[in-house]
Design a protein around this ligand. Structure first.
Ligand SMILES: [Ca+2]
Length: 151
């Protein structure tokens, strides 16, 4: 797989040939987290399985700088699943970050069926809740997640 690796540590693109996979590496809470954009369209659940098989999990977005990093990975106007779902809104990695970046009027739980969250990168990376069965591109991460690593 071709990879573009954008490292916020060195701030340059190391490989320009990428197509399928885009990565951003950044330090968060003192740990390296690598975000990977997958353009294959999948339901939220399938996207989660894919991320868990190939990376760590769907991306948790814990602050504005992580949201910004992810935004930079994703083609403008695209929506992509992230790892937030409705169980009083919980990140799948078990982390308890309260950072949210909802678009206006979101989350609105249309038809009471919107349990999953996509970030919409035509709108500054703001989030919308969506029916989990929609097929979308998505963002995985790899790295240590906060529930496996105590500070
Ligand atoms: Ca919605």
């Amino acid at each position: 797989m071709k990879i573009v690796r954008l490292s916020s540590e060195i701030g340059k693109v190391e490989n320009q040939t990428a197509e399928e996979e885009h990565c951003a590496q950044m330090t968060s809470y003192g740990l390296y987290v690598t975000f990977v954009f997958i353009k294959n369209m999948m339901t939220w659940t399938d996207a989660q399985s894919f991320c868990r098989a190939n990376y760590t999990d769907l991306a948790s977005v814990r602050n504005m700088s992580e949201n910004q990093k992810i935004k930079e990975l994703i083609p403008k106007g695209k929506k992509a699943w992230i790892g937030l779902f409705r169980d009083s809104w919980k990140w799948i990695d078990g982390s308890s970050s309260s950072f949210r970046y909802w678009d206006t009027k979101e989350p609105n739980n249309n038809f009471h069926k919107e349990m999953c969250v996509a970030a919409y990168f035509g709108k500054e990376g703001k989030w919308e809740d969506w029916n989990c069965d929609y097929k979308r591109a998505f963002v995985c991460y790899s790295g240590k997640s906060s529930n496996k690593f105590k500070y």
